[in-house]
Design a protein around this ligand. Structure first.
Ligand code: SF4
Length: 340
């Protein structure tokens, strides 16, 4: 696998491992159009100043409620969407400024696995052709070699090579997600953005797919950006966790720090809703948030969480807190991070 060798440029802020991905000040605003002339009447601030890095071979989990901007981060990182501002460095190159032509070789290095394995596979193609397609598109293999490569990929994700001739509707949800993972692996990527990859699956199948992804990471040195609304799922696979709220990161740090010592009131509220699997431990007292997530087209002034935060004070309504880093890179965006 070529991943680790190529990404030896650029060392992370934490100074340990080379980075596969560095994102700085990423913004994505979608215009809102209205009236007879379809004029722009406002913007949806889907992502508003997100920065993080992802070392080679690690998993960064992105969690947050629906509409917080986590999927938009994933799509913008892969340049499926053009950012409004900010930079996305993959292997030391800012992909936001590259032409489509210059971006083409880098596209091989970054792949995506989607939430719904029912709609992400073409129902008219055999699953073997689906996995072979990127190898053909990128001119990597043909003929006998192509068949052999696809068979190897099938074996890698726990499918039998003789299943290559089947169509997606003949497979279960878990098997389809294995096909989607095999398709992503075909071009030997370094980074896979996984957007809610197990949300549509039964609990028992979720565990199988998570285990498969972790085994593949160990074998191939893959890096994952793992997007999910489910903290319990993210905890299983992530090395670090970023909690997003209304387009910004509220808290980011090593999994152990965020899960055992959350500092942001929003993270605490999310964690209080996750049942503890150990019957000897008491579940945390549940923190119920007031109201719904505000509209990203009109985000609150100051701290974006202030309209739902039980600790909010006057300062929170006028001054946006910075995402300040503490020990071990555990960073929190709250004026009162040291006392709550
Ligand atoms: Fe709550 Fe204020 Fe902290 Fe925002 S800055 S999370 S409103 S206490």
């Amino acid at each position: 696998m070529t991943v680790v060798r190529e990404y030896s440029r650029g060392v992370g802020e934490r100074g340990e491992k080379p980075l596969v991905l560095r994102v700085h000040g990423l913004k994505k605003h979608f215009p809102i159009r209205g009236g007879v002339f379809s004029r722009i009447t406002g913007y949806v601030h889907a992502v508003d100043g997100v920065s993080f890095d992802l070392p080679v071979g690690e998993t960064l989990g992105f969690v947050g409620e629906s509409g917080c901007g986590k999927s938009t981060v994933g799509k913008t990182v892969l340049r499926l969407l053009l950012p409004t501002a900010g930079s996305v460095e993959i292997g030391g190159r800012d992909v936001t400024t590259l032409s489509e032509h210059a971006l083409r070789p880098l596209r091989r290095k970054m792949q995506m696995v989607f939430q719904d394995p029912y709609s992400s596979l073409n129902p008219r193609m055999t699953v073997g052709s689906i996995v072979a397609e990127p190898l053909v598109t990128h001119g990597i293999a043909g003929g006998r070699e192509l068949t052999d490569r696809v068979a190897t990929l099938f074996a890698k994700v726990g499918l039998r090579p003789e299943q290559m001739t089947g169509y997606p509707h003949q497979f279960s949800g878990g098997q389809r997600q294995r096909v989607a993972i095999a398709r992503a692996l075909a071009v030997e990527p370094d980074l896979i953005v996984c957007d809610e990859p197990v949300s549509a699956l039964d609990i028992s199948i979720q565990a199988q797919i998570i285990n498969l992804m972790m085994d593949l990471q160990d074998d191939l040195g893959l890096s994952y950006l793992f997007i999910s609304h489910d903290l319990a799922v993210v905890e299983l696979i992530a090395d670090r966790i970023a909690v997003m709220y209304l387009g910004s990161i509220a808290e980011i740090g090593a999994k152990e720090d965020v899960m055992r010592n959350p500092r942001h009131p929003y993270t605490k509220a999310l964690l209080s809703a996750v049942p503890l699997p150990d019957p000897k431990r008491k579940n945390r007292a549940q923190i119920v948030l007031n109201g719904d997530v505000p509209s990203p087209s009109n985000p609150p002034s100051g701290c974006r969480f202030h309209s739902r935060c039980h600790l909010a004070q006057e300062r929170c309504r006028v001054e946006a807190p910075e995402l300040k880093s503490g020990a071990g890179g555990h960073a929190v965006a709250c004026h009162f991070r040291d006392i709550n």
